[in-house]
Design a protein around this ligand. Structure first.
Ligand code: ATP
Ligand code: MG
Length: 365
């Protein structure tokens, strides 16, 4: 177990077991008393919509006196599968406290406009109240949307908060403006010393990778019938152009803050690789192939780890197996085989993914 992850989990489990509370905001912001909000049933006439799919909480869209709110209520019994899931409600209240503090500072506030404000949260009562954000889950991309997402998550990283779960259900879009509202898997870290909230052990994970893995490459796979390779590459190019710009700004900030040489070299390695890819169509095509494969591999692991697989997990497995069959050498040379996949032959990988497919079939929700 990673030491950084272990320490954070222990501290959070300690907090859960203690009698401490964490309250964010002023209860005067609530349209009902906090205790009433905690008890509000889904069949109340104040509830317009109900999102019941979350493992540790349910989300209610309320309208009280003509004002729309989002109320996240912790489940009395969590449908928990692991410690991060079990502590995700506490984690979110902690992050809401961080953002409330950051947004009170005008310099941070202007970089965090896409982060939903918190009206009130009470960990022990199990409630988080926010304004309702109109819109729909983000389902289209362009340079402006890439910029809003990446510059927001990089601002969070500079503030010492690493977001892991930029999945489609966690990004809302309304008239070209995106909003982020779910911080159950956003963890603190030291951006001047560590790569991410796992410390220095997993250089694979960073803002742009998280967006690509949890969102962008899944979206491309879902739309692969309707988009030919050239169109996919063109959109990927737009993403990398924005990512390059945002990471160059991040590098300048890291330099100004005397970040460690390891962190500077790590950020520079992405900048160099993306710059090269943007200058050379063949390099762009190879990077696309490697990163697409990486993202599908990582998301398959996420589904298997959470024992929450779908038909789409099987589609990802089809894609990965096809890549191993037809592009093994290119993937190996491009650095796409990491962790368990590193050093394996083509046959070994195909055997491994056949086993994963059997597990994915077993874990269909
Ligand atoms: N402030 C908001 N404005 C509008 N819709 C919201 C808001 N907050 C949450 N939602 C809606 O409620 C859904 C669930 O919210 P959220 O992701 O915070 O809960 P969750 O319990 O973490 O769910 P999951 O486990 O599925 O991620 C979102 O996908 C979104 O559709
Ligand atoms: Mg969510």
């Amino acid at each position: 177990m990673n030491a950084h992850v272990h320490a954070r989990q222990q501290a959070q489990l300690g907090f859960v077991a203690s009698d401490q509370n964490l309250i964010v905001g002023d209860s005067a912001n609530c349209p009902l008393t906090p205790a009433e909000l905690a008890r509000l049933p889904v069949d109340s006439p104040l509830v317009l919509e109900h999102f019941g799919g979350g493992l540790t909480a349910q989300v209610l869209h309320l309208c009280v006196g003509g004002v729309h709110y989002t109320l996240k209520q912790r489940r009395s019994e969590a449908l928990v599968r692991n410690i991060n899931g079990e502590t995700s409600f506490l984690n979110e209240v902690q992050r809401r406290a961080d953002f409330t503090r950051l947004k009170a500072d005008p310099a941070w506030a202007k970089r965090l406009t896409h982060i939903v404000p918190t009206l009130y949260a009470d960990y022990r009562l199990g409630i988080i109240l926010s304004p309702w954000l109109p819109g729909r889950p983000l389902d289209h991309f362009n340079a402006d949307i890439f910029r809003q997402i990446l510059s927001t998550v990089v601002a969070c990283e500079e503030a010492g908060l690493m977001e892991w779960d930029l999945c489609p259900g966690n990004i809302i879009e309304e008239q070209g403006q995106i909003g982020l509202f779910d911080f159950g898997y956003m963890y603190p870290f030291d951006p001047l010393v560590d790569f991410n909230s796992n410390g220095q052990s997993d250089p694979l994970f960073h803002a742009c990778e998280r967006f690509e893995t949890r969102n962008f490459f899944g979206w491309l796979l879902r739309h692969s019938q309707a988009m030919d390779t050239a169109a996919q590459l063109a959109l990927y190019r737009e993403l990398k152009e924005v990512a390059l710009e945002v990471y160059q700004q991040k590098l300048a900030w890291l330099q100004s803050q005397n970040a460690s040489p390891a962190v500077l070299a790590w950020v520079l390695s992405f900048i160099n690789r993306w710059q090269q890819a943007l200058q050379d169509p063949d390099a762009l095509q190879s990077l696309f192939e490697v990163e697409n494969f990486r993202s599908q591999v990582l998301d398959i692991e996420d589904d298997l780890h959470g024992k929450s697989c779908s038909r789409f997990t099987l589609q990802r497995l089809d894609f990965v197996e096809q890549c191993i069959r037809s592009r093994f050498v290119a993937l190996q040379e491009g650095g796409a085989l990491f962790y368990d996949n590193a050093g394996k032959s083509q046959t070994e990988l195909l055997t491994l993914y056949a086993q994963k497919r059997r597990l994915a079939q077993q874990y269909q929700l």
